[in-house]
Design a protein around this ligand. Structure first.
Ligand SMILES: Nc1ncnc2c1ncn2[C@@H]1O[C@H](COP(=O)(O)OP(=O)(O)O)[C@@H](O)[C@H]1O
Ligand SMILES: [Mg+2]
Length: 306
């Protein structure tokens, strides 16, 4: 895409050449190796990748829970590198909401759903805000369970209470790390549909991290990360299927799958990651060189002659 057009879009998240190195006494782990990612305001998107590919590391940095080793990270117009501790606390409290696989573990089982929400709000903001716990529970479809003790709710319901809490301070950005990792398929569908609902109705930008490739059916864009770098991207193409969905018709999943187009990510220096299978199929195995030629409007890669 043309860079001028790119720059004019309003991105809520901009990661540029993000590097994260974990140092322990024995080893250094490069969890992110120059990752670029832009997320538009109001997007519903997912980041997928195998275990260990750097997904949680990335999300934690966007959420201000950890600091990058190098690179630029701008969220909601604020440079996370340049924030004071006070600004960072405000950012974590007001701009982002976080949901984890086991978020409900941090809640208190002998308090009711409402009391749990009120408690977290009180810790977060010194009681300055009005009590919106009831509306929040309505929003996540648990209005009828508001006075049940948390321990009396199912795993999926507890996860919805955790989501209500993440939304309590009206964040602009909801970050979810494997939010459906601990629930069954049906509950997982409900949670993902709920993310879509709050994205559409409240305009909250939602970023979901998961190893589950099926997520593509539930979001507008999927970015794949491999070895700490973005490798490819699937964009939902607007088609009649989408239009049908908007007017409330159900559709079958195979049709939906076809509305995604896979794109490789091109970084600022013009580098692109080529899938191993492609290289193998032109027999680039033990060499680190490839021949590149421009053929009309295509760029073609060849195995070097010798
Ligand atoms: N606190 C840490 N200390 C050392 N290494 C870590 C730490 N957190 C993550 N890593 C390493 O960084 C890499 C990326 O991890 P992570 O972001 O958790 O991946 P994912 O969420 O995709 O499974 C892995 O190799 C992991 O072992
Ligand atoms: Mg993880």
């Amino acid at each position: 895409m043309n860079n001028d057009v790119e720059d004019k879009k309003s991105y809520i998240i901009r990661c540029e050449n993000l590097v994260k190195i974990y140092k322990t006494s024995e080893i250094e782990v490069v969890a992110l190796q120059g990752l670029d990612l832009n997320v538009e305001q109001g997007e519903l998107m997912a980041i997928i990748g195998n275990s260990g590919s750097g997904k949680s590391t990335l999300l934690n940095m966007i959420g201000g829970l950890d600091k990058p080793s190098a690179g630029a990270l701008i969220v909601d117009g604020k440079d996370l590198f340049k924030m004071s501790e006070k600004e960072m606390n405000q950012y974590k409290r007001n701009t982002v909401g976080f949901v984890w696989q086991n978020s409900a573990r941090n809640l208190i089982p002998y308090l009711t759903a409402r009391e749990n929400i009120k408690l977290v709000k009180r810790i977060g903001r010194a009681g300055s805000e009005s009590d919106n716990s009831e509306q929040l529970l309505e929003l996540v479809g648990l209005g009828h369970r508001k006075n049940n003790k948390l321990g009396e709710l199912s795993g999926g319901e507890q996860q919805r209470v955790a989501i209500a809490i993440a939304l309590a301070n009206e964040p602009k950005l909801l970050l979810a790390d494997e939010p459906t990792g601990a629930v069954d398929t049906k509950t997982s569908e409900q949670i993902l549909d709920f993310f879509r609902k709050i994205n559409r109705e409240l305009g909250i930008t939602v970023v979901i991290v998961t190893h589950d490739r099926q997520i593509a059916r539930k979001v507008d864009r999927v970015v794949a990360i491999r070895d700490g770098k973005t490798s490819s991207e699937f964009v939902r193409k607007r088609s009649y299927v989408d239009v049908l969905q908007e007017v409330g018709n159900l559709m079958d999943s195979t049709e939906e799958e076809e509305t995604h187009e896979e794109l490789a990510v091109l970084d600022k220096a013009g580098r692109v990651q080529i899938p191993r299978e492609y290289l193998d199929s032109i027999e680039i195995k033990n060499s680190n060189k490839v021949k590149i030629e421009l053929e009309g409007s295509r760029i073609v890669l060849y195995k070097p002659e010798r």
